[in-house]
Design a protein around this ligand. Sequence first.
Ligand SMILES: Nc1ncnc2c1ncn2[C@@H]1O[C@H](COP(=O)(O)OP(=O)(O)OP(=O)(O)O)[C@@H](O)[C@H]1O
Length: 228
Amino acid sequence: MIHLDGVSKIYGNGCVALSDITLDIPKGDFVFVVGPSGAGKSTFIKLIFREELPTKGKLIVNGRNVGELEPSEIPYLRRNLGIVFQDYRLLPNKTVYENVAFAMQVIESSRRDIQKRVSHVLDLVGLRHKAKNFPGELSGGEQQRIAIARAIVNNPVVVIADEPTGNLDPETSWDIMRIFERINRDGTTIVMATHDKSVVDAMKKRVIAIEKSRIARDQVKGVYGYED
Ligand SMILES: Nc1ncnc2c1ncn2[C@@H]1O[C@H](COP(=O)(O)OP(=O)(O)OP(=O)(O)O)[C@@H](O)[C@H]1O
């Protein structure tokens, strides 16, 4: 599903964010990416959805060589990815329903499909009753649930998430993680950068630790391994 072969990322200012990363993330995996601040976790996530380009090496995501994509091909890559950020990134002037529906409108789904699918994913995150509300009327946890609904509405093969529980209290974080677990049980690959020690330690999923731009650990049922 995701394959990196000798991938490095050096930013324009000379900062080495990732050095010579080689790894495979097969379909259906649930992977936590952990490591100290500045280690390269967000860069890893950004490479997967082609927000940043690898400087060296080969990166394959869902059969596409990300480093060689033409700009016009990027939307086709992202169509198969769901992306969730720490700060939700919902459109403030659209309702909950419209925020989720928008992701289907841009790929020109039919009105009927949109209605059916949006209702389904809002049910899945337990927020169908908020369909007519605006993001500003929701709690942080609710906004993140809507962001997840939006990320999965087009049935992505991979959901990538950068600190999705970073702004949430522990109980709300667990609500969010249960949703990710359910999405993963249905076959979607999950790659999540996180600093949430209690979640990582409890869930016993694969853990890839990045330290100083390199893979320091890759464990099948891993632990967070840091004290922060
Ligand atoms: N756009 C950029 N230009 C230059 N350097 C960058 C850029 N983005 C990140 N970096 C640098 O690359 C390194 C890795 O950053 P990255 O954001 O991937 O770390 P991180 O592990 O996600 O950190 P955190 O846990 O604090 O979010 C850091 O040294 C950072 O300063």
